[in-house]
Design a protein around this ligand. Sequence first.
Ligand code: HEC
Length: 484
Amino acid sequence: MSDLTIFVGRFHPLVVHVPIGVLLLLAVSEAMGWRWSKLRLTAGARMVVLGFVVLGAALAAGCGWLLAQQGSYDEALVGRHQNLGFITLGLTVALFAVQKWLKLYGSLLAAAVAIMAWTGHNGGSLTHGPGYLAEHAPAMLRPLLGGGAPGRPAPATLAEADVFYDVVQPVLNARCVACHGESRADGDLRLDSFEAILAGGEHGEAIVAGSPAESLLLQRLYLPLDHKEHMPPAGRPQPTDFDLAVLDWWIADGSPAQGGFMARAPDPVVVEIVAAQLGLPPPPIPDRAEMLAIARELEVELGITIRPLTTEEPWLGVNARLAREDFDDDTLTRLLVLAPALHRLDLGGTGVTDAGMVHVAQMTELRRLRLDGTAITDTGLVALAPLKRLASLNLHSTGVTDAATDALTELPRLRQLYVWQTGMTPMAALSLAEALENRRKLDRYRAQIAANQRRIADETFRVDFGAEPLVLLEEAEASPAEDE
Ligand code: HEC
């Protein structure tokens, strides 16, 4: 395949629109001329336009044929598109030949337009994947467009969206499945189901759960466009930055096979992208003024303090410490109106017990929670599993023991735990750390630090006096341990 043929072939999608447009215009003019005699085309005009259509169609077919030779398309689909394309070309030639016999000409013209539309739809499937047009079509049109009945209805709200079916698979369907699907599996890799992705391809695993950097699938996408292993191959529709962000997030989050999307507490950026993709409204950000007004009332009524955490955003921190035993499990329910804005909650020394943790579990935006000096035990912590954003938890002087570790591993963002004066042993804490630390990310950061240290060493100027080297820039010698 010479560069020139590839170059010319790639004009097909552009050139093809010229005869399509002109043929459509011709059909419309003929229809109008048939209805209103004043608008009728003269024989000369018809001949010029038809000549133009035939030339355009021939040129488009030629480029298309060259493009098909490159072989980076689904063969069955290319074959059909090609046949239909040549039939359309044949019909335009026939039109040119029979233009004097108006009746025959009229029916041929109608046939040419219909076949051309079908050809065009096939062409669209080639570039965008077979389900492209059907994907968002009304249910009754879907089978007509080759989409078949969808496996499941589109989610009506973000909360219903499934992390794989509604979020990840649509991206792969749109960008990858034309070459990595049922009818052809390039690189022995299929990307049309979760199981297929896990099975990997020629080079083994396509994804490493938790590590986008080690996942072949993402590595290929991030390669420069002109790299020969870049996916999708240059010239094919490329994933948008949004698509990449979604795939990256999914793999970093452990590439779950299914489950509620929102229940995984995705980053707000990812939530916004997915909401836009599904055509759903993003979750509303609580109104700062409204939250502060409610907060002020609750402060007086409950004898607690509620502070905004920033000067612009609605995020709040509640401190119930001053209310002491007066603040109990029932009082917790009063805070639920603030839940969408509640980032920090200090219940230290209050009267809350295990039974109240079901209310705390509804405050899913919580980043920091203090339960020190309360009657909380291991049992209460089990209820906190929905707090997927919780980063810091203070349990000092409570009744928790080693049995709490199972419940605590359910909190994926937990990075700081205070357990002095509790029944938890260092051994249990260590195994918890092992479960919660993002080992892969840490290893990647360490590798990056080591690489940067080599770069610094490369840039450092040294003078050697024979006995002992004189280092002019001390930074180059900074030990890795200091940086971590
Ligand atoms: C136009 C067809 C085409 C499209 C579209 C395409 N690929 Fe590929 N892909 C190939 C071909 C051909 C190979 C095998 C040659 C190679 O490894 O580069 C391949 C190989 C791969 C491999 C390596 C598999 C292995 O184990 O060797 C991965 C990973 C991959 N593609 C991911 C993707 C992803 C992700 C997308 C969508 C974003 C995508 N591809 C879209 C044609 C395509």
